[in-house]
Design a protein around this ligand. Structure first.
Ligand SMILES: Nc1ncnc2c1ncn2[C@@H]1O[C@H](COP(=O)(O)OP(=O)(O)OP(=O)(O)O)[C@@H](O)[C@H]1O
Length: 358
């Protein structure tokens, strides 16, 4: 394991600027998710780290050693970085053990490293199986075990759960995160899936147009996004017009407490951001409750989303965690209240991409 430090890395393909100055530090032994929409530059960044591409400018260091700088690059085999691709990484003619020990030195083999990493990914006892006798999820587990086996300084995971169905994905990403942690690996996971990044990574670096626009722990990104685009990209956003006054804002959903922005609480016209789970059904008799009409209700089992119309015509979305207590149908009158604080943005700030409900 090692620290990965990327400084002002740029890369263009003809006229397309794929990376426009990327800064990113991955601390030793941590998992960082690079999250961004299609075309943001995630794969290009990964290829620069692995050594398959040479940056036009900037530098990449692994544990202080410079491996890439403008026009000069340590070849991939000498970086010893492991890559776990989307699928199809295994040698079909080799057993699980053969795949995991491929390229391992004899001393590592003797030390039982293969058994250790197979145990980490939950495949102890699968040594003799051939890849075509494994499920898609098990094949990805072997790919992760093989990546970890030679103790690479950095593990790169390129959307490794994409080919799997939703339930399997969730289980596999939990197990892979645990295996990476238990082995102390420094890892970068590339994904366009917000829920995946939020649930797996210690830090998320949000990428857009060849740049990291914000990085930090998942909770911080979700609660305090740097701009409306990030707010909409990492989760579902409810936007309200507001007038800020001290630590409160007056909105169509009543008076809401504000989160300071860089320690400051500007006053005047604003837009405020709430997450749908901050809007709840008020208990009967709540004097501060806000009246609303149900426009639509989407039931998901573990929760439900309500689209609601406030008396001034503003629409908001609420996530209700006790669907059994839901009002039954559209056109019902309900009473709402807001939990927690809201993040504010200038009134001109435009909402960003809104992901679909997971
Ligand atoms: N070899 C290449 N030649 C020309 N343009 C390229 C090449 N590789 C990437 N690009 C362009 O660089 C930009 C960034 O692409 P990249 O594949 O890094 O994005 P991404 O975030 O990984 O997208 P996706 O999630 O769709 O894989 C895109 O505009 C892409 O078309």
């Amino acid at each position: 394991m090692a620290e990965l430090r990327i400084t002002d890395v740029r890369k263009a393909y003809d006229r397309i600027q794929a990376l426009s100055g990327v800064d990113l530090t991955v601390r030793s032994g941590t998992l960082v998710a690079v999250l961004g929409p299609s075309g943001a530059g995630k794969t290009t960044l990964l290829r620069c780290i692995a050594g398959f591409e040479t940056p036009d400018a900037g530098e990449i260091r692994i544990d202080g050693r410079r491996v890439a700088t403008r026009g000069a690059s340590v070849p991939p085999e000498r970086r010893r970085i492991a890559v776990v691709p989307q699928e199809g990484a295994l040698f079909p003619h080799l057993s699980v053990l053969g795949n995991v020990t491929y390229g391992l030195g004899r001393s590592a083999r003797r030390a039982g490293r293969a058994a250790t990493v197979l145990e980490l990914v939950g495949l102890a006892g699968f040594e003799g199986r051939m890849p075509h006798h494994l499920s898609g999820g098990q094949q990805q587990r072997v790919a992760v075990a093989r990546a970890l086996a030679p103790h690479p300084p950095v593990v790169l995971l390129d959307e490794p759960f994409n080919a799997l169905d939703a339930a399997l994905r969730a289980e596999l990403r939990r197990d892979v995160r645990q295996a990476l942690r238990a082995d102390g690996a420094t890892a970068v996971l590339v994904t366009h899936d917000q829920a995946e990044a939020l649930s797996v990574a210690e830090e998320i670096a949000v990428m857009r147009d060849g740049r990291i626009v914000q990085s930090g722990p998942p909770e911080l990104l979700y609660r305090e996004p740097a701009d409306p685009w990030v707010a909409g990209f990492v989760g579902e956003a409810v936007w309200l017009p507001a007038t800020a006054d001290g630590d409160r804002a007056h909105t169509p959903l009543g008076t809401i407490r504000l989160t300071p922005v860089e320690g400051r609480l500007p006053t005047g016209p604003m837009r405020v951001l709430l997450r749908p789970e901050q809007i709840t059904l008020a208990p009967p008799g709540d004097p501060d409750a806000i009246a609303a009409t149900v426009v639509r209700r989407d039931f998901y089992g573990h929760d439900a989303m309500l689209v609601l119309r406030l008396t001034d015509g503003t629409h908001v979305t609420a996530r209700i965690f006790d669907p059994a207590a839901l009002p039954p149908a559209a056109d019902d009158e309900v009473a709402l209240r807001v939990r927690g604080t809201a993040r504010m943005f200038p009134p001109s700030a435009r909402p960003g991409a809104t992901p679909s409900h997971p």
